[in-house]
Design a protein around this ligand. Structure first.
Ligand SMILES: NC(=O)C1=CN([C@@H]2O[C@H](COP(=O)(O)OP(=O)(O)OC[C@H]3O[C@@H](n4cnc5c(N)ncnc54)[C@H](OP(=O)(O)O)[C@@H]3O)[C@@H](O)[C@H]2O)C=CC1
Ligand SMILES: CC(=O)C(=O)O
Ligand SMILES: [Mg+2]
Length: 529
């Protein structure tokens, strides 16, 4: 066969536009995902080059909401191996499986899911890998982590979703999920092997079902370099956006910014993770921990969570109310009228749960209610932005988990916030890698939130945004990483003495310099004659 020859006038720079055009010509989000995924396989530098230039357009495809479709359908759209599967059948030899990863010496950050709660879509089993890939694309684009140092991992432990077990094309092991002791043994061996094979790696746990999310974070956080994105990353990003939202609501109500009462609709790993992190919203303003706790109310599928409820799960006990012992409150409007919250946060996976009546009940109590419907993907979001603006006549202070477009109402254009952990985890990862921190502490997560809250420009503040614009994500990640490094140093958790010697401006400069950039476009993938 004769060697492949480029068209003599082929210009790789045009190929960037050609690739974008091809992606844009696809009708469905999932088709765009498949195209981009193929492009990453063929020419990853070109893929990251166009991603960096077009984040606003491409992140919703590679990440929420479209990554949800990619996960649900992954067994059917699978093209090539893209990450590392570690199976329950590998028990006893997990170390060897991990060591098979190419360039394992380069490994710095792994996103590890067991597929048991992908976004709000439930147990997707081995189809969960694209969530690890999408998060790592954000590490690369958003914080300049070198692609070869990222390790996407899906633990293939079985699934309790019958339609996958029945699907002839399902790519995972066909068995129900392991119960407690078998799962614990697997996880213990996995974490130990990870440390052996990738000694300098940071592990991000992603989309584990709520019970396991809490359990394995507690089990390993003081032993290994690990954090849970859904609990800590989400907590941090919402603390940040909430701080900015409280300032706006206080300007309208005339009350102090800390005078908030927060109602959580959804009390899983994300709801409780965020609620715990929001305690510091109150304590940082001088409130006692007990009073801070009294400002938070939680609701699950059975209604307002009260301490007298029988069989309450462990993670719900901390915020269970002791000041209500009437009949169970199950209707959200009734709960709002009982609690009188200033803020309503949704982490429930219940589409449209924040109805017109709910929005109007919040508006009747507050001149500018804070409403954050945070469930992902869009198809599970508690409140669409257009409805929020119309029903509140533009008064609502809004952030959602997945992106919405600006909305025009009565001649005014309103811009939504995106309260998604993507603003936080890239910076936490970069800061941890550079400072070689031994653990990710609560104070590091809190400082990351403060840095994000303070990262808004004058123009973003004037536009009443609660999160910065996504196009600035590298700058934001640098500021988050800076805060994480300084806090790690303060707690003596860092292992990079050199960074301690740097004044602030030099440290920030170094963080920017360390960010990976796609190499200048050249002809790499083919032979040019
Ligand atoms: N924006 C972001 O950055 C992030 C968003 N998320 C999103 O948060 C959502 C929840 O995740 P996670 O906490 O792990 O999931 P879980 O399934 O563990 O939690 C869901 C919670 O919602 C409650 N719930 C379910 N149905 C209702 C109902 N009808 N009324 C009231 N409450 C209800 C559940 O109640 P019960 O306990 O009784 O079952 C549970 O407490 C997901 O959609 C996820 O995508 C997660 C992480 C980050
Ligand atoms: C954003 C995210 O981590 C989630 O929805 O699970
Ligand atoms: Mg998640």
């Amino acid at each position: 066969m004769s060697p492949t020859r480029f068209p003599p006038h082929f210009a790789k720079t045009d190929h960037r536009q050609r690739s974008l055009n091809q992606m844009r010509s696809k009708q469905l989000g999932l088709e765009k995902y498949i195209y981009l995924n193929g492009l990453k396989g063929r020419d990853s530098d070109l893929f990251y080059d166009i991603l960096l230039e077009n984040m606003q357009e491409m992140i919703p495809i590679l990440y929420t909401p479209t990554v949800g479709d990619a996960c649900v359908n992954y067994s059917h759209i699978w093209r090539r191996p893209e990450g590392l599967y570690v199976s329950i059948e590998d028990k006893g030899r997990i170390r060897d499986v991990l060591a098979s990863w190419p360039n394992f010496n380069d490994g710095r950050i792994a996103v590890v899911t067991d597929g048991s709660r992908i976004l709000g879509l439930g147990d997707l089993g081995a189809n969960g890998l694209p969530i690890s890939l999408g998060k790592l694309d954000l590490y690369i684009a958003g914080a300049g982590i070198k692609p070869s140092s990222t390790v996407p991992i899906c633990l293939d432990l079985g699934t309790n979703t019958q339609r996958y077990l029945d699907d002839p094309l399902y790519i995972g092991v066909r068995r129900p999920r392991p119960l407690g002791p078998e799962m614990d043994e697997f996880m213990d061996e996995f974490m130990e092997a990870m440390k052996e094979v990738f000694p300098t790696l940071l592990v991000q746990f992603e989309d584990f079902s709520t019970d396991n999310a809490f359990k394995y974070l507690e089990r390993y956080r003081h032993q290994y370099r690990v954090f849970n994105d859904d609990i800590q990353g989400t907590g941090s990003v919402i603390l940040s956006g909430f701080t900015n939202a409280a300032r706006l609501s206080s300007a309208a109500s005339g009350l102090p910014p800390s005078d908030q009462k927060i109602l959580f609709f959804g009390a899983g790993s994300a709801g409780i993770g965020v609620a715990k992190q929001l305690l510091s919203f109150f304590t940082l303003s001088g409130m006692s921990p007990e009073e801070a706790r009294s400002r938070i109310y939680t609701v699950d599928s059975k209604g307002l969570i009260t301490a007298n409820r029988k069989g309450l799960q462990e993670h719900k006990k901390f915020f269970a109310r002791t000041d209500y012992d009437g009949p169970a409150l199950t209707d959200l409007v009734d709960i709002i009228n009982h609690v009188k919250p200033t803020a309503l946060l949704g982490l429930s996976t219940i589409r449209n749960a924040f109805t017109e009546k709910v929005v109007k009940a919040m508006c009747a109590l507050n001149p500018r209610p804070i409403m954050f419907p945070l469930s992902n993907p869009v198809a599970l979001c508690e409140l669409d932005y257009k409805d929020a603006i119309e029903w509140s006549s533009g008064q609502v202070i809004f952030a959602s988990g997945s992106p919405y477009k600006p909305v025009s109402h009565d001649g005014v254009v309103y811009e939504p916030g995106q309260g998604n952990n993507m603003y936080i985890f890239p910076g936490i990862g970069l800061g941890s890698i550079l400072s070689r921190t031994r653990h990710v502490s609560d104070a590091m997560v809190e400082q990351a939130a403060i840095a994000l809250a303070n990262s808004l420009t004058e123009e973003e503040n004037a536009a009443e945004l609660v999160y910065p614009r996504l196009a600035r994500i590298r700058d934001i990640s640098a500021q988050v990483a800076f805060a994480v490094i300084r806090q790690a140093q303060k707690e003596k958790l860092d292992d990079n003495a050199y960074l301690r010697t740097l004044p602030d401006s030099d440290l920030l400069g170094l963080i920017h310099d360390k960010m990976w950039q796609p190499p200048a476009l050249q002809l790499r993938s083919f032979t040019r004659l």
